[in-house]
Design a protein around this ligand. Structure first.
Ligand SMILES: CN1c2c(nc(N)[nH]c2=O)NC[C@@H]1CNc1ccc(C(=O)N[C@@H](CCC(=O)N[C@@H](CCC(=O)N[C@@H](CCC(=O)O)C(=O)O)C(=O)O)C(=O)O)cc1
Ligand code: HCS
Ligand code: ZN
Length: 784
């Protein structure tokens, strides 16, 4: 059955060409002609290849530059991006996306575009950044993970009285800007159902209210946005990743029936991604939307046949990993899906810009040879270092890394070349499945551990921190200097020891009970470990936006993981030598290491994670042998990796818990194991958190009300939000602690911030922690 696509109101039809001429504007595949371009991408990184946006933002926030400079930086980045994408072959009208740039976050932009700006921010000097970061004593909106990625979005607040109003200025301005540069772009908007499903009920909304209750009101506004765009764009992309999550179909059906029925509208491409949208496709298909983008990296979704005769963008080039696309497998997927255009599986926001300049990546897994000319530095790739070698009889996932990799630019080239090749029937790729039983290891029963840990001599309500202390510019500059060969490694290490001494002295002066060394030697809590483990490579400039101006360089886990030597022991023991109070050893857990890396695709994720768990276990054993009595194994990404579909969650949680327990199983009863989770709505995985069997769990609780009742081991609900520069008052911390005591026994309650302090300044940290210690002291008096 073939449906006729709606005719755009004011744009004439483009001339039609066959697929294979991706420089042309239209495609004919499997007899279907569409004016949708043959090759496209769903979105692109925006932080800038040299992190230009980060620098412009931080300079603006620090008051060093004005708004005009920030806007100019954005304009320059957009122009560069479109020019580069055009050069790479995305030349047909509508092939280039626009409105994918954001000064901070695309979900916040979507909230602004529909007028969902809470009243309390409207009077701020800069309401946009006040919502993103807080201002004048006003806390920011919450931030949370974007689906199962390591990108964080700002959570819109929508209530029964939110006065929606269309503000199409940003997408219109970007369209005009692109057009002036000679590009006819396809504006991208976050879809209405995803926007509402990701929003939270505004404070004060009546119980039972859900933002989705406002769908009809919001659709009116989307109608206005689409009519405003219609005269200027043939196609508009509406992103509905919520289509891959259970339970979205009725709202999607309703929304797209209404939007597709609009008389003045551009053609609508509904983009589904981050998984298999099969269940939602019938709902979208009953609406006469003009095209659908599907993520084919999880296989071909059921029900895609319902879109026959319409544009189907086959997302065969993954936006979530850095591996080259196998052209035969991709063409077979395109054929099986009946795709009429080739695309990325999702936006390329989640991968670095380009492989160009990554000269330090190992040429092949066998490049880990003594001939390597890499200088030993805190930035060097372990896979390129002389000590590293492949375990006998086991293989790396890619014969040669650079040739096996594709970052954003290389992925765009893949999309273009696949569109030229077109679909071709063939065997569909198979994903590796975990086989074999999972052994879950156990420590001694908690009661015995508690007894064995008594000699730690901790007071009730012990005060601690999550690990990192401020990462100063001076530390970062020192690391950059070692990497550039300007500072000898020994000088750098002496500097780190000095910093540890400072961090210990600060904590003793503040009166904390369990100290940390402050993690000054770490560029990042995952990258640092990757640099010291075999099987990983790290990039020089492979930055990926994490939130706002903050980025990470996800390591590339390409081979079998092994720990050639202790990693953290020297820093932890140095710290412990400086104080009589216990120092917590600080490790990143196996689930988080794999979650925040690009992981080899040839082994099941479960098996890779268990290899990492073995490496962490060796570190736990060595810390313990060196006299460290408290060891924290952080798992902030436990929730993030939870599969979006319920049917897959149980299996994941079972192996995630098993990996954590394997990593901590070397701890004797007298060694106190802590874990830390943050950002996530941990309530959804509470029984798995409990199953980690840590002696103490610190958890984000400052931004989201989190019920930690029911834990019968140590629990530290974060007493303030470290993501904001705001210093919490002593009274406010005290009342949080008293509230926690309503459900947590005083012998179980720990006192800590909700995450590490690396993004804060020493002034902020001193002020905040001194209030924390004072509040804990006051509450302690009443529970003794
Ligand atoms: C806890 N979080 C983390 C997540 N993922 C991770 N992989 N790591 C995490 O910690 N996900 C969830 C959250 C997200 N939160 C954050 C918080 C903070 C950052 C952050 O601050 N990122 C830094 C970069 C960190 C880093 O790699 N630093 C390096 C390099 C620093 C650098 O830019 N060097 C300069 C030269 C410096 C100079 O001369 O002054 C350069 O290379 O040009 C280091 O410290 O050595 C950021 O700035 O964005 C991220 C996620
Ligand atoms: N130990 C880490 C955890 C961050 S989630 C830190 O303190 O930064
Ligand atoms: Zn954290």
């Amino acid at each position: 059955m073939s449906r006729r696509a709606a005719t755009p109101t004011s744009i004439g039809h483009e001339p039609r060409l066959s697929i294979g001429k991706t420089g042309g504007p239209a495609a004919t595949i499997r007899g279907v002609t569409t004016d949708f371009p043959a090759a496209t991408i769903l979105g692109y990184p925006r932080i800038g290849p040299g992190r230009e946006l980060k620098h412009a933002l931080e300079s603006y926030w620090a008051g060093r530059t004005g708004r005009a400079a920030l806007e100019e930086a954005g304009r320059r980045l957009r122009a560069q991006t479109w020019a580069r994408l055009h050069e790479l072959g995305l030349r047909a009208p509508g092939a280039l996306p626009s409105n994918t740039f954001s000064q901070y976050d695309h979900v916040l932009d979507a909230a602004v575009a529909v007028g969902a700006v809470p009243e309390r921010y409207r009077g701020a000097a800069d309401p946009y950044f006040a919502m993103a970061r807080g201002a004048d004593g006003l806390p920011p909106l919450r931030m949370t993970k974007w689906f199962d990625t390591n990108y964080h979005y700002i959570v819109p607040e929508i209530g029964p009285r939110t006065a929606f109003a269309a503000s199409p200025d940003k997408p219109l301005a970007e369209l005009a800007e692109a057009r002036a540069l000679g590009h006819a772009t396809r504006p991208v908007l976050l879809g209405p159902v995803t926007l509402l499903r990701l929003a939270r009920a505004a404070p004060g909304a009546p119980g039972g209210f859900s933002p989705l209750d406002r769908l009809d009101d919001l659709l009116d506004v989307y109608g206005e946005l689409l009519s405003a765009l219609a005269p200027h764009a043939a196609w508009v992309q509406l992103d509905e990743p919520i289509a891959v999550v259970d339970g979205g179909s009725p709202a999607l059906r309703h929304a797209y029936r209404r939007l597709a029925a609009l008389t003045a509208r551009p053609r609508l491409l509904v983009a589904t991604y981050f998984g298999d949208a099969g269940d939602a496709l019938p709902a979208l298909a009953v609406a006469p939307v003009d095209g659908i983008a599907v993520d084919l990296t999880h296989g071909v979704p059921r029900n895609l046949g319902l879109f026959e005769g319409r544009t189907i963008v086959g997302g065969v080039v993954s936006g979530r990993d850095v591996w080259r696309t196998d052209p035969d497998a991709a063409r077979a997927l395109l054929a099986a899906a009946g795709a009429t255009a080739v695309g990325t599986s999702c936006s390329l926001l989640h991968v670095p810009y380009t492989l160009r300049g990554e000269s330090a990546l190992p040429e092949s897994s066998k490049a880990a040879s003594p001939e390597s000319s890499e200088p030993a530095s805190p930035e060097s790739s372990k896979a390129a270092s002389p000590e590293s070698s492949e375990p006998a009889g086991r293989e790396s996932s890619k014969a040669g890394l650079p040739e096996g990799l594709a970052f954003a630019e290389e992925k765009v080239a893949e999309v273009v070349s696949l569109a030229a090749l077109g679909p071709k029937e063939g065997p569909l790729p198979q994903r590796p499945r975990a086989a074999g039983t999972l052994g879950v290891e156990s420590r001694a029963p908690y009661a015995a551990r508690e007894q064995a840990q008594r000699d730690l001599g901790l007071p009730p309500l012990p005060v601690t921190t999550i690990g990192s202390f401020p990462q100063t510019g001076e530390l970062r500059a020192a690391r950059a200097a070692v990497a550039a060969g300007r500072l000898p490694l020994a000088g750098y290490e002496a500097r780190i020891e000095e910093e540890i001494a400072r961090v210990i002295a600060e904590q003793e002066a503040l009166g904390l009970d369990v100290l940390v060394h402050g993690e000054p030697e770490r560029n990042d809590m995952v990258q640092y470990f990757a640099e010291h483990l075999d099987g990983f490579a790290v990039t020089r400039n492979g930055w990926v936006q994490s939130y706002g101006s903050r980025c990470t360089r996800p390591p590339i886990l390409h081979g079998d993981v092994r720990r050639p030597a202790p990693i953290t022991v020297r820093w932890a023991t140095h710290a412990q030598s400086l104080t009589a109070r216990p120092v917590k050893g600080m490790l990143t857990g196996p689930v988080t290491i794999v979650a925040w890396s690009f992981v080899r695709p040839d082994l099941p994720l479960r098996d890779v994670t268990l290899q990492v768990a073995d490496a962490v276990r060796e570190e736990v054993r060595d810390l313990q042998a060196a006299g460290i009595r408290i060891i924290q194994v952080d798992e902030p990404a436990l929730r993030e990796l939870l599969p979006l579909r319920k049917e897959e969650q149980e299996e994941y949680l079972a192996w995630a818990v098993a990996a954590y327990r394997r990593a901590t199983s070397a701890a004797s009863p007298g060694t106190q194991i802590h874990t830390h989770l943050c950002y996530s709505d941990a309530a959804e995985v509470l029984s798995a958190v409990d199953a980690l069997d840590a002696d103490v769990t610190s958890i984000e609780a400052a931004r989201s009300a989190f019920a930690v009742a029911g834990f019968d081991r140590g629990i530290g609900p974060g007493v303030y939000d470290i993501h904001s520069p705001r210093v919490p008052e002593r009274d406010e911390i005290e009342s949080r602690l008293r509230a926690a005591l309503a459900t947590i026994h005083p012998s179980r309650l720990w006192v800590n911030p909700d995450c590490g302090l690396k993004t804060r300044t020493y002034d902020e940290v001193r002020a905040a922690l001194s209030n924390v210690v004072a509040a804990a002291g006051a509450v302690r008096q009443s529970v003794r």
